[in-house]
Design a protein around this ligand. Sequence first.
Ligand SMILES: Cc1cc2nc3c(=O)[nH]c(=O)nc-3n(C[C@H](O)[C@H](O)[C@H](O)COP(=O)(O)O)c2cc1C
Length: 191
Amino acid sequence: MQPRILAFAGSLRRESFNKRLVPIAAKGARDAGAEVTLIDLKDLSLPLFDQDLEAEQGIPENGKRLKQLFINHDGLLIACPEYNSSITAVLKNAIDWVSRPIPDEPSLVAFKNKVATLMSASPGALGGLRGLTHVRSILSNIGVIVLPEQIAVAQAHEAFNPDGSLKDPKQQAGIEGLGHTLASFLMKLKG
Ligand SMILES: Cc1cc2nc3c(=O)[nH]c(=O)nc-3n(C[C@H](O)[C@H](O)[C@H](O)COP(=O)(O)O)c2cc1C
């Protein structure tokens, strides 16, 4: 069975370096036989999670849409910017909305038994590596299998060609390889 992968970045920034990693990893996943859906969290305009808002108005339509996208896919490719050594508020906010249950639904249905691969890009020397540790921990704690392979692209402001590819062919192959590995893993899992 063809695995389905949802791919996105934890940034709203138009020129986001992390958004640029997503299609590269997606190409690797498609080449390995997966169907990949690319989304931009900016298109969803999710409000800040507020339990009062949820109690009064329920999960916003775009929160429900995002949750359904998670449910409909087997794998997640997430490019994670690092803010103050950790996860961005945008990514955590999306995870928090998607984690909210509706009555009679199994707990954390959008996360349990999903498989994720993480990557990051930053203008800094560590490429966002410290933030990946936190994202890995959060996702693991809500039932996601996070694959061990990950790549943090340092000096991201100098790393990309104008066409969106990475200047370093090894790095380009590495990011494509992340997508490939996730797709191959999912194919083995689905049998
Ligand atoms: C509030 C804030 C905190 C940041 N903290 C870090 C950090 O801890 N480590 C890092 O490498 N870059 C940090 N940066 C720089 C980001 O890596 C940089 O803005 C990057 O472009 C964000 O990813 P994006 O291009 O995908 O939006 C920070 C940026 C902001 C706005």
